[in-house]
Write a protein that binds this ligand. Structure first.
Ligand SMILES: [Zn+2]
Length: 254
């Protein structure tokens, strides 16, 4: 396998919107993956491929979700589970803590509404620890910092923000993760060095592209998912053929 694309999702909702797929679009994309024989890797297998060149099937990809919005449990989780697909979820652990304190009824909310409601009514829009535990038959769960660098529930220095996130996953779910997703993709050489010093060797960005087995995990590329099945078919084709083009260029005679 010459490269592995990573899809990035945030919300799956009845209606499509900003960083939100509709249920219909998401289902169509997941069905396309199954029909075309794509393997959805678990995050440990992807790490073994990326860092150590472990063999993965020709058509392999990683499905990722960021933040930990409650719609992921309500809408995305049952679709993935029914189709036997695997995905990875990066959670803002301080938000999950806040959502786990008191129950609240659910109704679908746009991303903008989610952001407005999260500080005052976190459980209305965010996953709690019980849901994450349930979702582990489909999702691998990794840190996305403790605060997301938002002031919903106070701010922490970077090192504490990263460490606290890993500790909360360890305490609540027994997960000891070497994989981290930068909030809003924000990172620089200093932050990468910090994360690596803290023991993270797989760092997920919002930079676009596919990922080859080059032994490096410091700048993982993702495709922000949108639209429906035809968008996905086109972009997976581009990801595969861009890699072939690069390999071909390298094969040129001297
Ligand atoms: Zn995020």
């Amino acid at each position: 396998m010459s490269s592995v694309p990573i899809l990035m999702y945030h919300h799956v909702l009845p209606e499509a919107g900003f960083i939100s797929s509709s249920v219909e679009q998401f289902r169509a994309q997941m069905e396309l993956l199954v029909e075309h024989g794509w393997q959805t890797l678990d995050s440990a297998t992807f790490r073994a491929y990326k860092l150590h060149g472990a063999a993965v099937p020709q058509r392999s990809l990683l499905i990722t979700f960021d933040d930990g919005w409650r719609d992921n449990y309500v809408y995305a989780y049952p679709i993935l589970k029914a189709l036997g697909l695997r995905a990875t979820l990066f959670v803002v652990t301080g938000w999950i803590d806040a959502a786990s304190r008191a129950p609240a009824p659910y109704q679908p909310r746009t991303h903008k509404e989610c952001k407005r409601l999260a500080p005052g009514a976190p459980r209305e829009v965010l996953l709690n620890w019980d849901e994450l535990q349930t979702m582990r038959d489909v999702f691998d769960i990794h840190p996305h910092t403790h605060t997301h660098r938002d002031d919903y529930f106070g701010r922490l220095p970077w090192e504490e923000d990263i460490l606290r996130s890993r500790e909360r996953l360890q305490t609540q779910l027994g997960i000891d993760s070497p994989q981290l997703c930068w909030p809003r993709g924000v990172h620089d050489a200093q932050l990468v060095a910090l994360a690596e010093r803290l023991g993270f060797d797989m760092l997920y960005t919002t930079l676009r592209g596919a990922n080859s087995a080059d032994g490096r995990g410091d700048s993982l590329r993702r495709l922000a998912a949108k639209d429906g099945a035809s968008w996905l078919r086109r972009n997976l084709w581009i990801a595969r053929h861009a890699t072939l083009a690069r390999l071909y260029a390298r094969m040129k005679p001297e």
